[in-house]
Design a protein around this ligand. Structure first.
Ligand code: NAD
Ligand code: UDP
Length: 330
């Protein structure tokens, strides 16, 4: 199809879930690269505050809407990123049926939108596709080990169904779809009450509260700094030709939960200790991405070591929590 003439401005890009943690960084990067960006978000777990530095940009628009409702956009879209879905276990388990519908109905709505606009589509999928994995590290051809009846299923199985919708749309020739399987990502603009490990540990340490380790803390995760992830998402969206299958995006450095707690405590002057709390059901024991496909197809690998990424994130939370205290003061 002939590209539409946009004058000197770049592409017109929809970011569903653009007011969330990753989405706000993505909107910022896309605007910085000279594109027009439309953010569509219901503010379920995102916040207008995440977009405050973008709100005066004339090339940025926000639409407050649930992706489960039919979506109409008047402008001709070149690209659609689908990041709309709560991502932390407490958030996605708060209304599990809506989480499932967000992935299934919401992704279906956005795929139809992309088809009408002949826009390239990128789905923010997840390492949860692999469940509590029996293969390590996880490669894209591993089919996973997911409990379809447990409390994580609304998220894991929703994202698996969304991938099925994506690859059926691709095979049918309806939409040029790309799927990123994102591993644990952290950084500024996570909500302090989000519930994920990095934000929990940093906020607890800054408040001199005990760090809550679930279970014995020997379970592992691999933590990717958000700027690295955003770079990978944009490369995947722009990659020609279509890579034809999912691509893992994550940092292969693997840490136990105890190691992360100790690292956070070593970086913050705090009176915090460590306490143990029950391990949530179906909590994956080990997780580390094999990123050979991303290296080959996208010439991408993470650049920010955990030590540095944590320092940036701690500094951001220090300032965000100080602002919250100022606002609350009568
Ligand atoms: P987040 O919760 O901060 O952001 C999700 C955004 O989607 C929020 O702004 C929320 O309000 C919006 N949203 C949720 N449901 C919606 C709905 N029905 N309609 C419209 N908007 C809706 O999470 P995040 O960490 O920024 O994750 C972004 C995406 O990346 C998610 O799809 C998530 O599944 C995926 N992902 C993230 C990680 C990670 O570690 N951050 C890992 C794997 C996958
Ligand atoms: N976790 C923890 N304490 C917390 C939050 C999480 O020990 O305060 C553990 C959790 O049980 C899991 C790991 O940290 O083993 C990562 O949890 P998170 O919710 O960040 O992401 P996910 O489980 O989806 O990878």
């Amino acid at each position: 199809m002939a590209r539409r003439n946009r004058g000197s401005r770049g592409k017109i890009i929809l970011v569903a879930g653009g007011a969330g943690f990753v989405g706000s960084h993505l909107c910022s990067a896309l605007l910085g690269a000279g594109n027009r960006v439309i953010c569509l978000d219901s503010y379920l777990t995102g916040s207008p505050a995440n977009l405050s530095s973008l709100q005066d940009n004339p090339y940025f628009t926000v639409i407050e809407q649930d992706v489960c409702d039919e979506i109409e956009i008047d402008e001709p879209l070149d690209c659609v990123y689908n990041l709309a879905c709560p991502a932390s276990p407490p958030s996605y388990q708060a209304d599990p049926i809506h989480t499932m519908m967000t992935s299934v109905t919401g992704t279906g709505n956005l795929l139809r939108l992309a088809e009408r606009h002949r826009a390239v589509f990128l789905q923010a999928s997840t390492s949860e596709i692999y469940g509590d994995p029996l293969e390590h590290p996880q490669q894209e051809d591993y089919w996973g080990h997911v409990n379809c009846t447990g409390p994580r299923a609304c998220y894991d199985e929703g994202k698996r169904a969304a991938e099925a919708l994506c690859f059926d749309s691709l095979r049918a020739g309806n939409v040029d779809v790309r799927v990123a399987r994102i591993f644990n990502t952290y950084g500024p603009y996570m909500q302090p009450n989000d519930g994920r490990i990095v934000s929990n540990f940093i906020v607890q340490a800054l408040r001199n509260e005990p760090l809550t380790i679930y279970g014995n803390g020997e379970q592992t995760r691999s933590f990717c700094y958000v700027s690295d992830l955003v770079e990978g998402l944009i490369r995947l969206m722009n990659r020609q030709p279509n890579p034809g299958g999912p691509v893992n995006l994550g940092n292969p450095g693997e840490f136990t939960v105890i190691e992360l707690a100790e690292l956070v405590l070593s970086k913050i002057a705090t009176a915090s200790t460590i306490v143990h709390a029950p391990l949530p059901p179906d909590d994956p024991k080990r997780r580390r991405p094999d990123i050979a496909r991303a290296r080959t197809l996208l010439d991408w690998q993470p650049k920010v070591p955990l030590q540095d990424g944590l320092s940036h994130t701690i500094a951001w939370f220090q300032s965000a929590l100080a602002k919250q205290r100022t606002v609350r003061r009568p």
